[in-house]
Design a binder for this molecule. Structure first.
Ligand SMILES: NC(=O)c1ccc[n+]([C@@H]2O[C@H](COP(=O)([O-])OP(=O)(O)OC[C@H]3O[C@@H](n4cnc5c(N)ncnc54)[C@H](O)[C@@H]3O)[C@@H](O)[C@H]2O)c1
Length: 361
């Protein structure tokens, strides 16, 4: 047999970004469902991860995204201390045009056909009300609305977890697990960012915010008159007095220009996939900027959907999200002892946990 040399099959079977246990293509022509479910690892338990609903330019791009996102979930779930492996699903198409109840039920049947090896939840393009529908066809669904037995919006605990990671970063950087007196710039004050601002203000931080939505900025400043606004993210990251940068909008926030100009010495935020490309973590370390890995500090949301599977208990889950403080410190300690950037240390710890689980099994 000739090995493929590029494309998603090459990624899956031959590259370090692959190694997935199972990838399932799903189709229901009646509803228009075309989906990819990727299970990267079930070493720690049933794979858990959200459903992205997106108009991918090609089917190949959709499979590549499912492979990439599911792999990321293995690492995130391992470091969150969950008894879950990593999986993710993508539904191909514009959710605004093709998302129907019929399609979501067909998707639920596809997930159910895996018999519990994959537990699905929300991601970009899917919402708690969608999971309520999926759950009608599939018991392995979480991230539902409180009216349907779910935990609802996960942004409260995500923000709490990010704040714990930031406290750990402050301790590593300045010796005290507090943001009091520090200037923290929050880029993106949506569902997570605005809750993060609450924690920071309560802790005595000087907060600067920016968002492409002027209304969001106005609302935060009306609630907290001491909060300042920056004209944009580029202005925010260059503020002379910035201590901490918290990217809470889109992925790729830490690109070359930002890392070059960043005045903060700590980065800790909610956004997924903050490192714009491999190597940025080293550039941050070279500039002595401490980076709290995104997937570690933003795990409050996945902790919540995992907790929901046992019947959601807010206090139990809040206690779980508080462990992000210790986990972040553990990563910094590993980074220091191994002489690697924190992002690499986080990956190493996650890989060790998965490998140990395989040995135990
Ligand atoms: N919601 C969760 O529980 C959760 C969990 C884990 C990770 N995350 C990640 O955290 C980030 C924020 O999630 P959210 O739920 O708050 O999303 P959201 O859509 O509610 O908020 C994002 C905010 O960023 C703003 N924004 C977009 N582009 C911007 C730009 N260029 N500059 C400044 N602001 C910009 C938007 O206007 C919006 O207010 C996302 O990357 C998400 O993937 C969220």
């Amino acid at each position: 047999m000739t090995d493929v040399t590029d494309g998603v099959l090459h990624t899956l079977f031959h590259s370090d970004q692959g190694g997935h246990e199972q990838v399932v293509l799903c189709q229901d022509r009646a509803s228009g469902l075309r989906a990819v479910i990727a299970l990267h690892s079930t070493a720690l338990g049933p794979a858990l991860g959200g459903t992205r609903f997106h108009p991918y330019p090609t089917e190949e791009a959709a499979v590549a995204d499912a492979l990439n996102l599911s792999r990321g979930m293995s690492y995130k779930n391992a470091l969150a201390g969950l008894r879950h492996g990593g999986g993710k699903a993508v539904i191909i198409g514009d959710p605004l045009r093709i998302k129907t109840e019929e399609l979501l039920l067909a998707y639920g049947r596809a997930v159910a056909s895996l018999g519990g090896r994959y537990v699905t939840a929300c991601d970009v393009g899917t919402y708690v009300r969608d999971m309520d529908v999926v759950a009608r066809a599939c018991p392995w669904t979480t991230g539902r609305s409180p009216e349907h037995g779910g935990a609802g919006d996960s942004s409260v605990l995500t923000a709490f977890g990010v704040f714990q990671g930031m406290r750990a970063g402050a301790r590593e950087r300045w010796g005290e697990p507090s943001l009091a007196g520090r200037t923290v710039g929050v880029a993106g004050i949506g569902k997570v960012g605005r809750h993060l601002v609450e924690h920071l203000v309560a802790d005595g931080a000087r907060v600067v915010v920016t968002d492409v939505r002027a209304q969001a900025v106005a609302e935060v400043i009306e609630r907290h008159p001491g909060v300042r606004a920056a004209a944009g993210t580029q202005e925010l990251v260059r503020l002379p007095d910035l201590d901490v940068y918290a990217p809470c909008a889109l992925g790729g926030a830490l690109d070359d220009a930002t890392v070059r100009d960043l005045t903060a010495s700590l980065v800790c935020g909610a956004a997924n996939n903050q490192l714009a490309h491999p190597g940025v973590e080293k550039d941050l370390a070279d500039r002595d900027i401490l980076y709290a890995p995104d997937y570690v500090v933003n795990a409050g949301g996945v902790m919540q959907v995992a907790d929901e599977l046992d019947g959601f208990d807010f206090e139990r889950c809040r206690a779980k999200a508080a462990t992000i403080y210790d986990t972040t410190l553990e990563i910094f300690a590993c980074a220091n002892s191994d002489g690697v950037p924190p992002a690499a240390a986080a990956d190493r710890i996650a890989e060790l946990r998965m490998a140990e689980a395989v040995v135990r099994a």
